[in-house]
Design a protein around this ligand. Sequence first.
Ligand SMILES: C[S@@+](CC[C@H](N)C(=O)[O-])C[C@H]1O[C@@H](n2cnc3c(N)ncnc32)[C@H](O)[C@@H]1O
Length: 329
Amino acid sequence: MSRHENADRNALEARMARLEERLDERLDALMTRLDEVEALVARVERVVNRRAREQQDTLRHLEYEPVAEMVAALQLLPRLGVSTGNTAVGPTGVSTGTTGVSTGGTTPPLPAVGGWAIEPSGLLAVVHAVQTRRPQLVVECGSGTSTVWLGRVLAEQGGRLISLEHDEGWATHARAMLAEHGVAEGVGQTVEIRVVPLVDVDVTWPADSPAEGGALPEVGENAPGDGEAASPAGPPLRWYDPAALGDLTGIDLLLVDGPPKATGPHARYPALPLLADRLAVDAVIFADDVERPDEAATVDAWCAQWPQLRRGTAPSRRMAVLHRQVQQR
Ligand SMILES: C[S@@+](CC[C@H](N)C(=O)[O-])C[C@H]1O[C@@H](n2cnc3c(N)ncnc32)[C@H](O)[C@@H]1O
């Protein structure tokens, strides 16, 4: 072999060695990527399976939910003095004749439950708690239909409802509904709709709370997945301005149905961090919309943080009930 041929051959071999090296590197990168994809597929599979189980659960509920809600509505109406037959009784059981409602035959229909408003089953549970526990102070986060229904019960039996509302326009609408139904509204009245703006509060979402909904991560992204811890605590959350809530002490019943979720993530979580020390020793808390992952995680986070809270029997899959246990001495 000539010197030239030898040099060519060496160059070729060197080039082949470099190519082999690059091929190995590419293969390594490909294998790493494959591992990532496999891990992602496994994670997606877990999330999809969990979602499928949840959907099956939802479908099972849907089969009887409309019936259950109708039964709840039928049980709810007489408690508010609304007739479901020829005669009506007031919430206190006193007959109101054939007028339909205890406050007179011309009283407009009660605002519809469901949709943005609490479902009949949840409202029935809250009304039942109000009628049996006879709370002196009820605080509601988020006004609407529930304000009118609870206002009607409290107007009959005594006690006050302070309803926190961030939306001035919605407060005007809710006040008009209360006026239509003859429920006194204002400071010191049966119901006070307190317009309180949402502000950044000194509360952050707890870092070790479960992530909402098990969001699907991108390849290579270290997003929290099925059963993993959420990212560290985020920025302060927005809630009703605590400066406007200084007088709320001894809350016997707290209904958390606002702010709406569109106002930000974990919108309802600050309720307990900011009101826990304002609750009466035997207070009861109702949290609506817990079929939504964020609201469910909120209730879980409260229970993790306040071990003295005990879950009561949920009236529906949408409403959670928590009892503040009286400390045994
Ligand atoms: C879930 S709603 C509260 C509903 C109330 N507790 C009830 O049972 O009717 C939470 C907030 O959504 C807003 N909201 C209530 N009803 C609404 C409606 N029909 N359309 C748009 N916003 C509404 C109000 O600002 C309210 O504070």
